[in-house]
Write a protein that binds this ligand. Structure first.
Ligand code: ATP
Ligand code: MG
Length: 137
């Protein structure tokens, strides 16, 4: 079990760096955590660390947002909070994203639990207090 403690917003950059050094070559990463736990915030920090120039916000009107790292690798940022049926996830071509060379970062993975590949790296974000979070994986 790996644990990374994030001590407030000012510690996100360091935490993202440590996280990236520990994920090996996992390319499908699922972030579990209650509403407001900090999934989008941490994904934004990861993207910043990967030198994504695009604005990183959670997909609101779509299920997936696509960004590109400075090195040209695609990042697919999913938010399944609003889906009603698994077929909605399938319809966007979920497995084409999963099978691609891109890095897939997933919010609300519990909504598509049955569809997650075995190699998915599962991260829990725990809220310790107002500005402290723990990542467990
Ligand atoms: N590591 C952190 N330290 C301090 N505050 C944080 C941290 N992470 C998130 N927050 C704060 O918590 C709030 C919610 O964060 P965020 O939107 O990232 O949550 P979320 O898990 O994506 O929520 P949702 O389930 O709605 O998608 C934001 O106001 C953010 O500033
Ligand atoms: Mg979010």
């Amino acid at each position: 079990m790996t644990e990374i403690i994030i001590n407030g917003a000012g510690d996100l950059e360091r935490a993202a760096k440590v996280f990236l050094s520990k994920i090996g070559n996992h390319s499908i990463i699922a972030f579990y955590g209650s509403m407001g736990a900090g999934k989008t915030t941490f994904i934004t920090a990861l993207c910043k660390m990967l030198r994504v120039k695009d604005i990183v916000t959670s997909p609101t009107f779509t299920i997936v947002n696509e960004y590109r790292t400075q090195a040209g690798r695609p990042i697919y940022h999913f938010d399944f909070y609003r889906i009603n049926k698994l077929s909605e996830a399938m319809d966007i071509g979920l497995y084409e994203y999963f099978d691609s060379d891109g890095l897939c970062l997933i919010e609300w993975p519990e909504m598509i639990e049955e569809l997650l590949p075995e190699e998915t790296l599962k991260i829990s974000i725990l809220v310790d207090d107002v500005d402290t979070r723990t990542l467990l994986f």
